[in-house]
Design a protein around this ligand. Structure first.
Ligand code: FEO
Length: 399
């Protein structure tokens, strides 16, 4: 008998997912606390599985299912999201369980068929469609581009359980299945990090979805996402409040200084800018890229008011770490930022110009043409950096 057990989360719903304690990298996202892949078993007359897990964790999911019901009894599989951390185990699960139906959104049907040669057809379901599970009812809400074209929510009407796939999720490996069993500051950071790295480009859609859900009058008692712990009770209002706040893209008093250095010159400029920002009353976050992951940079940028980019010039280019981080950040489309660039150089010093071009492409309002230091910043250059920090702090909303 397996030690892997399901965890009951409502009268008829069980968590049957997998815990990936060792995960430290997730398609470019530094997952310093691991993750979970959440799958859910709805014990209706027709037992139903909502999502699966990453392929290598299929046996863990099956063992948890088997602690409640023989997996071959599963009648229906719902795929809320086709990304492979939730669908990787789907082909093998279908082969083993032989369900009578597999449902997904119309875009999910296309995505799943592009990924896999499944042994059965997929039935498309649209917003407002309902599925009779025998005694219980699942309804569906398509959530296109949150964060893939196929993404959708499922709602178990009789027990007010919202299966929200990636939304409201976080990369946090934990054996404590509910949010209220975990440290709330850890939950806040990991949930914000997840939002910043996965959902930030779609903030306008998040805001629209929150309004839609409000208009439908849905009042979930449980929000069960596909990653990390499950929301219940008053914590649901907390999650909705955080999402409403993050989706606003409102600038704050925070300035983020992203930089790297060769021999310490650009780091000295960064320190002077930070001093100026602090003196001017801004909240300051300095992120040297030698010790800051791109996904932590994204988290700090969410809701910031200003961004500074600092890079030395190496072989006529910006430092590779800046190119990496800014390529990533550009794709996440942070909004409503002001900013400037700086850096040391020895020959021609192209990095500041290149960083300015990136900021302009990101629609960041430049407050300076940039500050360059020839080899090593002089006291005058450091004074200029300090003054720029102070000036930018004065332009930010007050805390
Ligand atoms: Fe957790 Fe978009 O997959």
């Amino acid at each position: 008998m397996s030690h892997m057990k399901a965890v009951k989360i409502s009268d008829s719903v069980y968590w049957v997912g997998a815990i990936d304690w060792g995960l430290r990298e997730f398609h470019g996202y530094a997952t310093s606390r691991g993750s979970t892949y959440n799958a859910y078993l709805v014990m209706a007359d027709k037992p139903t599985l909502v999502d699966t897990v990453k392929a290598p964790f299929k046996d863990e999911m099956m063992a948890r299912i088997a602690s409640v019901v023989d997996p071959v009894e599963i009648d229906t599989i719902v795929s809320n999201h086709a990304e492979m951390d939730h669908s990787g185990a789907l082909p093998a699960t279908i082969a083993e369980v032989k369900p009578s139906r597999v449902v997904a959104s119309p875009m999910g049907l296309k995505a799943l068929n592009a990924h896999f040669a499944l042994e059965c057809d997929i039935t498309p379901v649209k917003t407002g469609d309902k599925l009779d599970l025998g005694g219980l009812t699942l309804s569906f809400i398509e959530t296109r581009m949150l964060h893939w074209p196929d993404s959708m929510f499922s709602y178990l009407e009789e027990e007010d359980v919202l299966f929200s796939q990636d939304a409201f999720g976080m990369h946090l490996a934990t054996a404590d299945i509910f949010v209220d069993q975990n440290d709330i500051s850890t939950v806040h950071w990991e949930c914000e990090k997840y939002y910043a790295n996965i959902l930030m480009p779609y903030s306008n859609k998040v805001a629209a979805l929150l309004a839609d859900v409000d208009a439908t009058g849905l009042s979930p008692k449980i929000v069960a996402s596909d990653h990390g712990p499950i929301w219940r009770g008053k914590d649901i209002a907390t999650a909705l409040k955080w999402y409403a706040e993050w989706s606003e893209d409102a600038p704050s008093n925070k300035a983020v200084v992203i930089h790297d250095t060769m021999w310490g010159a650009t780091a000295k400029m960064a320190a002077a800018i930070c001093d100026g920002l602090k003196t001017g009353g801004a909240e300051v976050v300095s992120l040297p890229l030698a010790s800051s992951s791109r996904s932590d940079v994204a988290t700090e940028i969410l809701g910031a008011g200003a961004v500074f980019l600092g890079s030395p010039t190496i072989n006529n280019q910006m430092f590779p770490s800046l190119a990496d981080t800014m390529t990533y950040l550009k794709g996440l489309k942070p909004k409503n930022l002001i900013g400037a660039s700086f850096g040391a150089y020895g020959w021609s010093g192209e990095a500041v110009k290149q960083l300015n071009a990136i900021l302009e492409e990101m629609k960041v309002e430049l407050v300076s043409e940039g500050i360059r230091a020839f080899y090593v910043p002089t006291p005058e250059v450091l004074e200029e950096c300090f003054a720029l920090g102070e000036e930018v702090a004065g332009k930010l909303p007050k805390a």
